[in-house]
Ligand binder design. Structure first.
Ligand SMILES: Cc1ncc(COP(=O)(O)O)c(C=O)c1O
Length: 388
């Protein structure tokens, strides 16, 4: 007799991972596919940081660190906020986590109860919805559009049926790459404060911007939670290390959760993270490449027939509304895969309209982006709406 599983764990699969599996199988069988589906840098952390970290840990027992992370790393992150944003953050408000994913879960656990509502723009990173569901909370989606830069605005927040307990923003956003201007962000933090709404700012891609710098909520809010990670700008995806900056009253709750749920974040990864701050020149060269890739896509994709592209200000994603090309983004992506390019259909990111959108990552090499654009152009010439 089978024993019943929890309903809370019955969350959707990440379709992007299914696509990744398909892509990997084809590549293993010899197919030549360019990866615009991957949500990670194609290069690793600066080797100098890894070498220094290895030296530091070679002769230590590599035991647990403090549950909330190494004090030296928290201090270094606090310094980063002063240097990069001119914002003063106290190291005692920082907790080191197992990636931004863990930072999201801990922040929600510490501040939300079962049944609480949390608003977010759609399209959005699908884990927001899924983690909230697993915790018994209720995601409320704001149907955002190209015109509002795929971000929540005061007007769309005001039009919600009721004031939510929380609001999640992705700034810059995955999947659209759009950013919220400094002025608009200050308005959103003020709206949250006025209405007693807990603001969760996913600032994971903040170091990767191409024009206006992406501001942190920590400048204008003492109640907001900033979730961050070494996975993206710092190119340490597989090291599984990130951090959160929390208001005073939330820190102790998250600390207690860390102790019981994870004991401590990975020690080796914390050592690499500590040293990676000394090599931002290498990381900034990655950002310069992303910028070059973005410029190529902004030039080439309209020529290929993409008419509604997100206005990318950061991260390494572009989102395309392809409603004039198909109603079946998954079929479109399967066709394109045969043409040698992998993209992600929007179905993960937007439950209602994702069948008419795709996400493209430009984290790869510039040669790959040029070749991908060429292949997309060839594919689009043969694409016919009726075939979708
Ligand atoms: C917007 C966003 N938030 C959070 C995460 C989780 O990242 P990690 O756990 O690797 O820090 C990702 C990963 O792609 C992401 O895109």
């Amino acid at each position: 007799m089978s024993i019943k599983l929890s309903s809370r764990s019955d969350i959707p699969v990440f379709r992007v991972l299914d696509i990744l599996r398909d892509v990997n199988e084809r590549v293993a069988a010899g197919a030549d596919i360019i990866h615009l589906e991957a949500g990670q840098p194609s290069v690793g952390a600066p080797t100098q940081a890894m070498e220094k970290a290895m030296k530091a840990v070679m002769h230590t027992p590599m035991g647990y660190t403090e549950a909330t992370g190494m004090p030296a790393l928290k201090k270094r992150i606090a310094q980063y906020y002063t240097d990069e944003y001119g914002v003063s953050v106290d190291a005692k408000n920082i907790i080191i986590t197992v990636g931004g994913s863990c930072g999201l879960s801990l922040s929600f656990l510490a501040t939300l109860d079962v049944g609480d509502t949390v608003a977010m723009a759609a399209p959005a990173y699908p884990a927001y919805r899924n983690i909230l569901k697993a915790l018994g909370c209720i995601p409320v989606e704001i149907q955002s559009t190209l015109a509002d830069n795929y971000q929540p605005t005061i007007a769309t927040l005001e039009s919600l049926p009721s004031i939510p307990k929380g609001l999640i923003i992705g700034n810059p956003s995955n999947p659209t790459g759009t950013i919220i201007s400094k002025k608009e962000l200050a308005k959103i933090t003020a709206w949250c404060q006025k209405n007693g709404v807990r603001l969760f700012a996913d600032e994971l891609y903040q170091g990767i911007t191409f024009g206006e710098k992406c501001d942190t909520v920590l400048r204008t809010s003492s109640e907001a939670i900033s979730i961050n990670s070494f996975s993206k700008y710092f190119a340490m995806t597989g090291w599984r290390i990130g951090w959160v900056v929390l208001p005073d009253d939330v820190v102790d709750r998250v600390k207690r959760l860390c102790e019981s749920l994870f004991v401590a974040p990975p020690t080796l990864a914390q050592h690499v993270a500590l040293h990676v701050f000394d090599h931002t020149d290498v990381l900034d060269s990655y950002v310069a490449r992303y910028k070059q890739n973005l410029e190529i896509m902004n030039t080439e994709l309209p020529k290929a027939g993409f008419t509604k592209l997100s206005k990318v200000g950061g991260a390494f994603y572009m989102y395309a509304d392809i409603s004039d090309l198909t109603d079946d983004a998954e079929a479109f992506c399967r066709g394109l895969l045969d043409g040698g390019v992998a993209m992600t259909p929007g179905t993960d990111f937007d439950l209602q309209r994702g069948h008419q959108t795709v996400r493209m990552s430009f984290a790869g090499s510039t040669e790959d982006i040029i070749e991908a654009c060429r292949r997309i152009n060839v594919f689009m010439r043969g694409w016919n709406k009726k075939s979708a």
